[in-house]
Design a binder for this molecule. Structure first.
Ligand code: HEC
Ligand code: HEC
Ligand code: HEC
Ligand code: HEC
Ligand code: HEC
Ligand code: HEC
Ligand code: HEC
Ligand code: HEC
Ligand code: HEC
Length: 355
């Protein structure tokens, strides 16, 4: 990772001697001198500075400096490192910080500036970072500020913060992700987690592995089509509301007539003859409990039954099996809400009246 350590220490030794000799002092070095001792007062000091190696990065030219009492002394002048040369300076030793085979390069590196994030001399923060995480990132990505107020656990409770998912320098997955989205999420959601309120968050990764019917966007790893991984006002970080009366999250991909047309012979497969059973259930035409959610029947990620139908549903505060059966032209169910009811798309099924 670090090239030229040996060469570098020789260079440093020679440079120190040269500098010390030039200043006419024997033991004092740049950083132990009172002039630049601020550079050795960081909690974390960049290794080359520990060896007093100013000149591994700065070029020097001879110069004359006037001291506090007007005395003149020969003093090497550091030549300012221009922005366009900063990265080159660093890569001399950090030869792994080049794009190489990576597909993506982070904006500030492309703009030639390692020092946007690192202090080349030293820092109070680990890895010579100019600020702690996630403030370092938020400095430039202000839109991710909300994460601190309504944030996703890993960002504000783990030290890696944004880097649980993103890379700081180079990456292979858009946008600057270390892994494909699904893998990034299953690092943690392959196991149960606890919500800030102490509730158990299901191991979605395990659920998806153990159940055979998958919701296509979840299967394809498009988790962020539904969840904002940075957090949102919603408890489940949903991008939009999945709930009645308008179900905007679901209808961002599914067609509205499927739930809005009272009668249809095309808009949905969930119909008895032409009676739209999505409309019927969601709008609750029997009028006892107000409009219903999709989740009384469907799972958002994966299920054991066809069409993402759940095994159980909650009705009046208790869980009861749905007992969904699929057949060629429709299906049937016997949920807690009613006895066996059958639907048939081709020839309307006459269910007995009442529940
Ligand atoms: C690892 C490379 C590196 C080493 C070693 C290094 N510098 Fe720097 N120094 C830089 C870079 C890069 C900048 C420009 C920073 C910027 O533009 O933000 C800089 C800027 C400076 C500045 C301008 C003020 C500032 O802080 O931005 C001074 C003064 C300075 N260095 C002194 C020193 C001295 C004295 C030493 C040795 C004790 C030293 N540097 C060692 C890379 C280095
Ligand atoms: C002369 C060689 C040399 C140059 C030039 C150099 N570095 Fe380093 N850097 C090192 C060494 C040696 C270490 C310590 C490596 C270790 O501990 O594994 C280090 C460590 C680091 C670290 C990690 C610090 C930590 O606490 O783990 C960062 C960040 C870093 N350098 C950034 C830079 C940047 C930015 C530049 C350009 C401004 C730069 N380096 C130029 C030699 C160099
Ligand atoms: C956008 C901010 C950012 C920029 C720009 C940046 N770094 Fe870093 N760097 C980080 C962060 C954050 C870490 C600590 C976490 C990690 O290891 O990824 C780090 C860690 C490091 C480390 C120590 C760990 C390691 O991977 O070896 C070195 C060395 C380093 N950076 C060098 C560089 C160099 C050289 C450049 C310019 C080519 C650069 N960095 C540009 C944010 C940045
Ligand atoms: C000095 C400013 C700066 C800092 C600090 C910074 N970034 Fe960036 N970042 C950029 C720029 C510039 C781009 C490229 C332009 C863009 O797409 O917004 C970028 C791009 C990105 C992208 C890809 C965006 C996309 O739409 O493709 C991600 C993700 C990202 N940064 C995350 C981070 C993380 C995580 C950190 C903290 C380790 C960080 N950034 C720190 C400036 C910064
Ligand atoms: C749990 C994983 C995860 C964490 C932690 C995370 N991100 Fe992201 N980030 C993602 C994913 C996934 C996307 C892609 C979203 C999409 O599909 O548009 C993304 C997109 C981005 C983008 C580009 C698109 C956009 O939404 O603007 C930026 C910039 C970004 N993240 C910055 C950050 C910053 C800054 C942090 C820390 C404060 C952070 N991320 C923490 C997963 C994460
Ligand atoms: C580093 C671990 C980690 C990673 C990676 C991670 N999460 Fe989380 N996630 C958690 C923890 C811990 C919680 C619960 C605590 C909290 O948010 O404060 C949580 C909570 C959630 C919740 C809220 C659940 C609820 O109802 O309260 C959702 C949704 C979620 N994560 C989705 C994702 C998605 C999508 C990804 C991938 C882009 C992802 N997570 C990546 C650790 C992680
Ligand atoms: C089609 C939209 C959609 C997609 C795609 C999606 N989710 Fe979800 N997810 C939801 C909804 C809706 C909920 C909330 C369910 C509820 O409130 O019962 C949820 C809940 C969660 C929870 C919290 C579970 C709990 O027990 O509280 C996690 C974690 C989660 N999703 C992670 C993921 C991951 C990881 C992916 C990608 C593999 C993903 N989601 C893809 C819609 C989606
Ligand atoms: C990002 C787009 C997207 C979002 C958002 C989305 N879905 Fe889907 N959904 C799909 C795709 C794609 C399919 C597969 C369709 C196909 O194969 O014809 C699918 C299939 C389904 C199926 C299974 C259909 C079958 O017959 O097997 C159900 C049920 C479903 N979605 C319900 C929902 C619900 C409920 C929501 C809201 C919480 C939702 N979807 C949000 C894209 C989405
Ligand atoms: C009362 C239970 C129930 C409710 C509530 C429900 N669905 Fe369905 N849904 C079904 C059944 C059963 C099927 C399977 C129809 C078939 O193919 O036989 C289905 C099929 C689907 C399909 C596949 C395409 C189609 O229309 O046949 C999608 C997409 C879908 N539902 C989305 C939703 C969305 C979005 C909501 C909430 C707005 C929702 N469902 C509410 C039971 C329900």
């Amino acid at each position: 990772m670090i090239r030229c350590l040996f060469l570098f220490s020789c260079v440093v030794m020679i440079q120190c001697h040269l500098l010390a000799a030039e200043k006419g002092v024997n033991k004092t070095t740049c950083t132990t001198s009172s002039c630049h001792d601020n550079l050795s007062k960081f909690a974390h000091i960049h290794r080359p500075l520990k060896a007093d190696g100013c000149t591994v990065c700065h070029q020097v030219k001879a110069g004359v400096k006037t001291g506090a009492n007007g005395e003149k002394a020969n003093h090497p002048q550091l030549i300012k490192i221009e922005r366009k040369n900063v990265n080159k300076t660093c890569i001399v030793c950090h030869d792994d910080k080049v794009q190489g085979k990576f597909k993506l390069i982070h904006g500030p590196i492309e703009k030639n500036s390692c020092v946007e994030c690192h202090n080349p001399h030293g820092s109070e923060n680990e890895k010579l970072l100019k600020q702690k995480m996630p403030e370092l990132c938020i400095k430039c990505h202000e839109s991710k500020q909300t994460v601190i107020d309504f944030g996703h656990g890993p960002i504000y409770k783990s030290k890696k913060s944004c880097l649980n998912c993103h890379a700081s320098h180079f990456a292979n997955h858009q946008p600057m992700l270390q892994f494909p989205v699904k893998e990034a999420c299953f690092q943690c959601h392959d196991k149960e987690q606890k919500s800030p309120k102490g509730a158990t968050i299901t191991a979605v990764g395990q659920t998806m592995k153990s159940r055979k019917v998958h919701h296509k966007p979840a299967e394809e790893g498009k988790c962020s089509k539904c969840h904002d991984p940075h957090g949102s006002q919603d408890e489940a970080f949903l991008m939009d509301d999945p709930m009645p009366p308008k179900y905007p999250l679901c209808v961002s991909c599914h067609k509205k007539p499927m739930i809005e047309e009272q009668t249809t012979s095309t808009a949905t497969q969930f119909r008895n003859g032409t009676t739209n059973l999505h409309y019927l259930h969601l709008n609750n035409t029997t009028g006892k409990t107000g409009p219903r959610s999709c989740f009384i029947c469907h799972e958002p990620h994966a299920s054991n039954q066809p069409h993402l139908i759940r095994d159980q549903m909650e009705e009046f505060g208790v869980m009861a099996p749905i007992q969904y059966r699929q057949n060629e032209n429709g299906g049937s169910c016997a949920a807690a809400c009613h006895g066996v009811k059958t639907y048939d798309r081709v020839k309307e099924f006459q269910n007995p009246k009442g529940r």
